[in-house]
Design a protein around this ligand. Structure first.
Ligand code: HXC
Ligand code: NAP
Length: 274
């Protein structure tokens, strides 16, 4: 079920938009008539996503770029803006994650997540600035509940996503005068995604425990997040900027726990038995 907004003639660029939640967002914009650019690291993901997006009938551009590579990110924007014009809606959602206790985490393990989630978001927003429609652009960062609810085994992602949230707020201050709005969406557990399967509900038992933990007693669907992104990208959200909006069935009101913690297992015990 999707809300119906007309994005014909608008350019939506989704960084990290080739799988999972972000790909669902890219499909929603394609369905509503936008010209869509998706970018991520792996050629096979970019090609597969572009093929699906093209079926909606509008113009589609797929680019391979790692958000950790500042110049490659800049090149991705230059290429897509040449084809489709200034970016009306930018979604920045590339992320990396694994479960690990801080005492077992290597310096590189911490850094790689901060580099993708936080530095990568800065790269995307910084390189996008010259290419955003002014006034009128809407920037949407994809954050996570652990940015504001501390979560075990998530020292790297919690720190990185908290940084993303502050970036959202600071840039809302700095870019508001250009007519650019910037907001964050914090998804709850979203079914059929990498983050959900691998980190939150790898087994049926984990799934049941995680579901009971959501106040609405159901997991989210990709369309739940896509609908919010469509709204934030539209003129109907024209006075919303600098906001962090959870879309999580109320989950962040409870303390958020990974499947491992809900099941009373430790990350180090789980990695030894894996
Ligand atoms: C401990 C680990 C580890 C693990 C990797 N590392 N996995 N440490 N436990 N399970 C360490 C490695 O040992 C290495 O440190 C460092 O991290 C970098 O690992 P690489 O494999 O070289 O990195 P890279 O190939 O760049 O891959 C990045 C990645 C990977 C983050 C590790 O998982 C990835 O690319 N993920 C993208 C997709 C993804 O994660 N999607 C889910 C998003 S969901 P050393 O010291 O050995 O060199 C999400 C929120 C969900 O973000 C919310 C639910 C809780
Ligand atoms: P996913 O399917 O793994 O999506 C991650 C996307 O980012 C993929 O398109 C991936 O493609 C791309 N990516 C990863 N590293 C990249 C890099 N270094 N440079 C460029 N692109 C990169 O994950 P998901 O579970 O749908 O999560 C999507 C977003 O929602 C993330 O920001 C995550 O933190 C957030 N979130 C998810 C959940 C959930 O329940 N799933 C909950 C809370 C928050 P490549 O591999 O081709 O690069």
């Amino acid at each position: 079920m999707q809300i119906n907004l007309d994005f014909k003639g608008r350019h939506a660029f989704v960084f990290g938009g080739t799988t999972g939640i972000n790909f669902g967002i890219a499909q929603a914009f394609a369905r509503q008539g936008a010209s869509v650019t998706v970018a991520s690291r792996k050629r096979e993901n970019v090609e597969a996503a572009s093929e699906v997006l093209a079926k909606f009938g509008g113009p589609v551009h797929g680019v391979c770029a790692d958000v950790r590579d500042f110049d490659a990110v800049g090149q991705a924007f230059a290429e897509s803006v040449e084809r489709f014009g200034p970016v009306d809606v930018l979604v920045s959602g590339a992320a990396g994650n694994f479960l690990c206790e801080a005492k077992d985490m290597s310096s590189n393990g911490f850094r790689v997540v901060v580099d993708i989630d936080l530095v990568g978001t800065f790269h995307v927003l910084r390189q996008a600035y010259d290419h955003l429609r002014k006034p009128g652009a809407s920037v949407i960062n994809i954050t996570a509940p652990q940015s504001f609810v501390p979560m075990r085994y998530q020292a790297h992602a919690s720190a990185a996503k908290a940084g993303v949230d502050q970036l959202t707020r600071v840039l809302a201050l700095e870019w508001g005068g250009d007519g650019i709005r910037i907001n964050s969406i914090s998804p709850g557990p979203i079914e059929d995604t990498e983050g959900f399967r691998r980190l939150m509900a790898p087994t049926e038992q984990d799934r049941a425990a995680a579901q009971a933990h959501v106040p609405m007693h159901r997991f989210g669907a990709v369309d739940d997040i896509a609908n919010l992104a469509l709204f934030l990208g539209s003129p109907y959200a024209g006075y919303i900027s600098g906001s962090l909006i959870p879309c999580d069935g109320g989950g962040a009101l409870e303390s958020v726990k990974t499947a491992l913690e809900l099941a009373g297992r430790s990350a180090s015990a789980a990695s030894k038995s894996a």
